[in-house]
Design a binder for this molecule. Structure first.
Ligand code: SAM
Length: 212
């Protein structure tokens, strides 16, 4: 990520922090449970809105390409992008390599946008966008996982990756590492960093817990 884009992501995070009146964006445990959820008139059960753990900042095209190359994506793959934004990573994997793809995205507007982009790219038969929380998604069919989240979110995600993915599955992250899990490869690209790991056959004990 260029320093301008890093700055944008940082500003977005600060904005979220301010908007949340002192709460830290993070997963369930860190969310603000002191604010009551909105009540829909006529419904007795209040709707609990799903909350984003990371603001939307798209990955640039050259970085998308590098991420897919690092994971060695081909037509036999099923690429899962966790927090898929406008769908660009799975759409590109389908368009360029003929891979199947699934994007998990919490923001319904971005899900709609991604579906529209997939139609325009002619890959709707290969890709699917699911609206929901990435921490609750079943990702076990993925043969490649991509993420562009935040360090704390990556560390919380780690145990799920080990639990649900087969040994040898590549995991690629834009800009943020996975704490104590040492990457197999790190590529610097003009201000952006891309990390590659593969799911180990034996998970070291210290990596089984979510990192802090
Ligand atoms: C930094 S953007 C990356 C978008 C896309 N992967 C890319 O690289 O262009 C992070 C995305 O994760 C989504 N997101 C944040 N928390 C999420 C959650 N708990 N479950 C699913 N999506 C989430 C945000 O709405 C946002 O679109």
């Amino acid at each position: 990520m260029t320093s301008l884009r890093k700055c944008t992501l940082a500003l977005l995070i600060l904005g979220l922090l301010g908007a949340a009146a002192g709460t830290v964006p993070g997963h369930a445990q860190e969310r603000d449970t002191t604010r009551p959820p909105p009540i829909v008139p006529g419904l007795e059960v209040p709707l609990q809105p799903q909350q984003s753990d990371v603001p939307y900042v798209p990955t640039s095209k050259p970085v998308v390409n590098r991420m897919l190359e690092l994971a060695n994506v081909d037509s036999t793959d099923v690429v899962y992008d966790l927090g898929s934004g406008d769908g660009r990573i799975v759409i590109e994997a389908a368009r360029k390599y003929g891979a199947r793809g699934v994007g998990i995205e919490i923001d319904p507007d971005l899900v709609q946008k991604a579906r529209k982009k997939a139609r325009r790219a002619g890959v709707s038969d290969l890709v699917e966008f699911r609206q929901g929380d990435l921490f609750e998604a079943d990702i076990s069919e993925a043969t490649v996982v991509t993420v562009y989240l935040l360090p704390s979110v990556n560390k919380k995600l780690r145990p799920k990756l080990f639990r649900q993915l087969d040994p040898g599955t590549p995991v690629v992250s834009h800009d943020f590492d996975m704490g104590e899990w040492t990457p197999k490869k790190t590529v610097e690209m003009d201000g952006d960093t891309v990390y590659l790991w593969t799911i180990p056959r034996e998970v070291p004990e210290q990596l089984e817990e979510a990192g802090q």
